[in-house]
Design a protein around this ligand. Structure first.
Ligand code: ACO
Length: 334
């Protein structure tokens, strides 16, 4: 069995900054409410005509990660693209990236696991590298939320949370002790409707939605039971981090850097307290970018690495929880 490690990281966020005050002009909300409940001060939204999309933002992050990995794009054996907001209904963003990078025929797949998408993607990459089937895998998380949010009072508890952006990592076969020590993944479909966007879909096509003309429960906007998500998140984050630490015979005291999925600053702070970590041992950036779902961990990981917060030999923990419900952790010896 081989071990995989991350050798290149990249990120991209659109230039357009949307503050809480900007949102309060569109719906009945306030900077105070949003900051107090979520920690978010501003987020980035794609602006019509700026050329961005989920695939394009993913491409920009991927190019940076490939450059930093110092490999040639043609050495990539597999592309894994995590998103809940793909450019097309089909095919997925993975093949779009492959085409835009100019890679002729490597396999490309999309992961549909929302906030846990990047953690799932890393786990898929890790398995392929471990078995020796592939050497270099590109994992991308990218989201264009702004195009699909309901900016009215009806969805104000959802729409203030989400932002656009992308992050990427290149993984390769490790030639030393460093690398991914473990990944643990879970899902619980009984909560499918608590955080979802159901249509248009094969269950409900556009004409049916229009014919029903729903006012309250519009299936083409995201729906969220925020308090239930919150309650489950704090439990599952802790469980899956401990599962990863136990698997490796490690303790929470061994953690050097924790990169949580940026769901809500209050969730991250709760987990930080449970793990007994100092502020310097956790990297949060939801204040600037909001919740970017599959992109949030790779953006935060890249930013922490760029700021010099992650050093060789550090124990780095990634963890996510989100729609599905799905959750997972990655334990890395950097
Ligand atoms: N501005 C002002 N007031 C608001 C807003 C808003 N944007 N949204 C809701 N309110 C009001 C409600 O109307 C309600 O008012 P009332 O008491 O007069 O009826 C009050 O605030 C409380 O509303 P709740 O919806 O119960 O708000 P809550 O305290 O649960 O906070 C929040 C909402 C921030 C969404 C919280 O539940 C949360 O963070 N949950 C976790 C969400 C999360 O992490 N999601 C990530 C996963 S996403 C993914 O996987 C794609």
């Amino acid at each position: 069995m081989y071990q995989s490690k991350i050798i290149g990281l990249g990120k991209y966020v659109p230039d357009n900054i949307v503050t809480n005050d900007d949102l309060s002009k569109l719906m009945d909300t306030s900077n105070e409410w949003i900051q107090e409940r979520t920690g978010i001060q501003e987020r980035r939204h794609i602006k019509k005509g700026d050329g961005n999309s989920t695939a394009i933002m993913g491409l920009k992050a991927a190019k940076q990660a490939i450059d930093r990995a110092e490999i040639n794009k043609d050495e990539i054996d597999l592309i894994v693209f995590a998103t809940l907001s793909p450019d097309y209904y089909f095919p997925g963003c993975g093949v779009q990236i492959q085409e835009k990078l100019g890679i002729k025929t490597c396999p490309a797949l999309d992961v549909r696991n929302q906030c846990s998408g990047f953690v799932y993607g890393i786990s898929v990459a890790d398995q392929f590298i471990k078995t020796g089937m592939y050497k270099n895998v590109l994992v991308i998380g990218s989201e264009n939320h702004s195009g699909g949010l309901d900016m009215t009072n009806r969805s104000r508890h959802v729409s203030v949370i989400f932002g656009d952006g992308a992050g990427a990592a290149v993984l390769t076969r490790s030639d030393d002790e460093s690398g991914i020590l473990s990944t643990h993944l879970h899902s619980q479909g009984e909560y499918i409707d608590e955080l979802s966007l159901r249509g248009p879909s094969t269950e409900k096509w556009v004409p049916e939605i229009i014919a029903e003309n729903p006012q309250e429960d519009i299936p083409y906007y995201p729906k969220m039971n925020g308090q239930l998500v919150f309650k489950n998140a704090v439990v599952r984050f802790s469980e899956v981090i401990n599962e990863g630490l136990d698997f490796n015979g490690l303790k929470k005291e061994n953690i050097d850097m924790f990169i949580p999925h940026q769901a809500n600053l209050r969730i991250s702070q709760f987990i930080q307290k449970k793990l007994g970590l100092e502020d310097t041992q956790v990297h949060n950036n939801i204040q600037k970018y909001g919740n970017t779902t599959a992109a949030s961990i790779p953006i935060a990981l890249t930013e922490a690495w760029e700021k010099g917060k992650i050093k060789k030999g550090d124990l780095v923990v990634l963890a996510a929880f989100g729609s599905g419900f799905t959750w997972g952790s990655v334990i890395i010896r950097w």
